[in-house]
Write a protein of this length. Sequence first.
Length: 543
Amino acid sequence: MIGVAVCIVFITGKNKKAEPVIESLTPSVGSPGDIVVITGKNFGDIRDMSYVEFAGSKLTSSAYISWSDDCIKLVLPANVQDGLVVVGTKDMRSKPALFANEIEIPVPVPAVVQTNKPVISSLSTEKIGVGELLCIYGNNFGDSRGRSSVYFTIDYENKIKDSDYKTKTLLTENMIAASDFNGDYEYWDNSEIWVRVPDGACSGVVIVDTGKEKSEPKDITILRQKGYKEFSSKKIYLVQYTADVSDVITTDVSTITLRCPIPVEMPSQPSVEVTEISPEPLLNNYQNCIIHQITKKRNNSPKSVFKQTFVLPVYEIKTSVVPDKIDDYKDMSPSRYASLVKDDEIIPAGDDEIKTLAKTIVGKEKNYYRRAKLIYNYMLDNYKILEKTRKDDASPLDLLKKKSGDAYDFAVICTALFRAAGIPSLIDAGVLIGQDLMTQPHWWTEFYIQGVGWIPVDVALGAGMEYKKWPDVLDERAYYFGNVDSHRIAFSRGIKQLKPFSQDNKIVQYPRTFALQTIWEEASANTAEYSSFWSSSVIKGVY
């Protein structure tokens, strides 16, 4: 995959002075009105034409309290944004530091110091379904959540038995945390927690983990009347990809930033370990991306190569659903439901043709699970899957007229039809791993059923898409509605909306690739031209 970002500007002046250096930013998480102290060197004895920039916006003169060569004190303005902080002089710009606005985005905060072990005294109910709200009562949970989590039992490889699910091994390996991605946490204080039962949870125990200590396990039964999920056939992958930047042409000092996606953690991918990053990144993990940044001061400097390697387990997912037990989404958070049935930058759920087609397909069917199955079958009966991926700028809506499209088109349109039919859904992106261990970008869909969780649908493979298949799926059409194999790695769930580190930066997107994010690369205004190349993911080992 090759991406070239071109942005031409004309800037005069030479780099004559020492580059400003930010050594610390205190605090790095704040809100409007807070005093921030930036320490470092080469800021200049007086501010004059120098400035501090937050997320691409320069502060006005009223924000500065004091300025010296090694220390700047300022007050955060009302419109401060999270992002990169830069100190600039007339001739130079520092390398950035990271600031987060605690009002605008959820950020990790230091764990509340606990003096006592958390204790669960009781639960609002001992029998509950996936996605339903559980109240946990007790003490020493912490006045705010911080880095604390609530864990539930998950039955990997069908290991859980009534007699042994409380053993030490199962309490570490077969536990899953309630998810920020799903908005599972609704309230947290020292004696009470409101949390929704996470996708993948099964009967066993619930535990409160403050990051320093864990509570004793409390028994809980996860109801299975509507259905359940199984996770098996684990494979452990060692996967690597690289990104290259070369042929940089700059009118001055050029900054180029790469956002390298990290595989997402989800029940079928419960842990992701970064085993190698080269060179040392600017940020190890920011919005589930490794942030690499390079500064070029001259044209045609040597190629820069960025390598990242991960190891992660991947489980096959199988679902069993009792359609007659499926009802509406009245117990789901209204805001969460609304966000998963509307259109977004990728999913055209509000398109008139999509809405009309969805209504035609589902007819008078009220059951949301059966609606999803009708849409899946319609797509397989009416559209042909292409072997090759189409061009980035090709519209997935072409599928409705041309009756053929690639895996990206199939996943986008399937997700759009689900949403138009009132079914919460999202699109996953990652790589498909062939039996020869070669990879290719791939996309599939998940839809949500209250009481069961996220149900996977791979409409492209269900339609018979050709690749070096593994021999363990016989009836592809039946299998890929409700099940997915472990021959894939997911790098994103839904569209990842990212903001540029500077408002003036030129951004680069790659729509049909292994992660769906709004920014892959960004280059400063001084960058006239450069070339980039993102390699295919390489499977270095499978266990």
